[in-house]
Design a protein around this ligand. Structure first.
Ligand SMILES: NC(=O)c1ccc[n+]([C@@H]2O[C@H](COP(=O)([O-])OP(=O)(O)OC[C@H]3O[C@@H](n4cnc5c(N)ncnc54)[C@H](O)[C@@H]3O)[C@@H](O)[C@H]2O)c1
Length: 339
């Protein structure tokens, strides 16, 4: 009995694998390393004293994937593999539709062929588009404002249709809010290529002196300090949410959707201030114009997730930033620091 983790060399996948190994699960990883490094597996081993089976390759490669299902007794899948940068998806939509949709279709077909019924899928709060009200519940209206979000919505619809066609399927769709932080060991964390798209990794690069200042896009939103409010969740809490979802689908057929957030919102200025306090240094920032497509406030209702999965996020913003900073200081150049 093994769990197949697609995209397991990435940020959220690697943290989830640590939790799975610590629970004694056998883990098989497929990743093409398009946005990750082999070094992550040495780090996972350093944390857990356990190893995964790693297969380097594209999830869209059906022969490779079928070979994995033939060789190992895969009982469930956690599907992280995909591209995730919103801006890049706007500039290059085909690349996003091709990769995210193709690898999902290949994976789902292979699961069907090998009679694998359990899957946990990485969706995103981006499927709520510009929400009319907060907190956002799983029943809030869905829409996509960019090709990345479209791919997440499409994959959600595909999974819902698969669950209708095959009542034995057990599917959990997890809509993540804003994952940040790193494993407390400082051995694994987020290692974005180039200039980070997300706020916390960007602030970390400013704190370490790699970037000169943080740009705050808009201070005239209808929020307590005028800057955008988001629901940040510690990546280790997110990881444990996957284990809770895997447990849940063991005794529940069908397709269910769960928000993974803290249910709390924090503003851009709060994040910068908390980072400055934790790091004990000034974080220069500059207020600039609003960014097209950004929304004022986004945070989750986690009531139904807490009730259904018996899970809730534990870490507060300070802890998330402490762990992020620890990782950043230990690995100023990410996983490339070792070479
Ligand atoms: N990090 C976030 O802010 C966030 C928020 C919401 C949802 N998500 C979703 O969660 C999942 C994981 O996100 P992450 O932050 O860990 O991203 P990541 O880029 O760190 O991890 C994704 C992994 O998938 C691999 N990959 C991509 N395409 C592949 C393919 N065709 N075949 C094999 N491997 C492939 C990459 O090499 C990478 O290791 C993604 O699906 C992402 O869209 C992330």
């Amino acid at each position: 009995m093994a769990i197949l983790v697609t995209g397991g060399a990435g940020y959220i996948g690697s943290h989830t694998i640590v939790q799975l190994l610590e629970e004694g699960q056998q883990v098989i990883v497929i990743d093409d390393l398009s946005n990750s490094h082999l070094e992550v597996f040495n780090r996972i081993k350093a944390i857990t004293a356990k190893e995964v089976v790693f297969i380097e390759g594209d999830v869209s490669d059906k022969h490779l994937l079928a070979g994995i299902f033939k060789k190992f007794d895969i009982t469930s899948v956690i599907h992280f593999a995909g591209f995730k940068a919103v801006g890049e998806s706007v500039a290059n939509p085909l690349m996003y539709y091709q990769n995210n949709i193709n690898c999902s279709l290949t994976l789902f077909a292979c699961m069907q062929e090998f009679n694998c019924k359990e899957i946990v899928f990485s969706s995103s709060a981006t499927v709520y588009g510009d929400p009319e009200t907060v907190p956002i519940t799983e029943q809030s209206a869905l829409s996509a404002t960019n090709p990345y979000g479209q791919t997440k919505l499409m994959i959600e619809y595909i999974l819902k249709d698969i669950a209708i066609a095959d009542p034995a399927m057990r599917i959990a769709i997890l809509r993540y809010f804003n994952p940040v932080g790193a494993h407390p060991s400082g051995l694994i964390g987020e290692d974005p290529n180039g200039i980070p798209n997300n706020l916390v990794p960007f602030v970390a690069k400013v704190a370490i002196g790699e970037l000169p200042k943080v740009y705050v896009f808009g201070d005239d939103y209808d929020t307590p300090d005028g800057t955008g409010v988001r629901d940040y969740i510690h990546v280790v809490d997110l990881a444990t949410g996957h284990l809770a979802a895997l447990k849940k689908i063991k005794d529940h057929v069908g397709c269910a959707v769960y928000n993974l957030g803290t249910g709390q919102g924090n503003s851009v200025l709060e994040v910068i201030k908390t980072f400055a306090d934790v790091a004990g240094r000034d974080i220069p920032f500059q207020i600039s114009a609003r960014r097209a497509g950004d929304i004022a406030t986004c945070y989750a209702s986690v009531e139904s997730t807490t009730a259904a999965l018996n899970w809730s996020a534990k870490a507060d913003l300070k802890q998330m930033i402490k762990d992020h900073w620890h990782w950043q200081q230990k690995n100023p150049k990410g996983y490339k620091s070792v070479h």
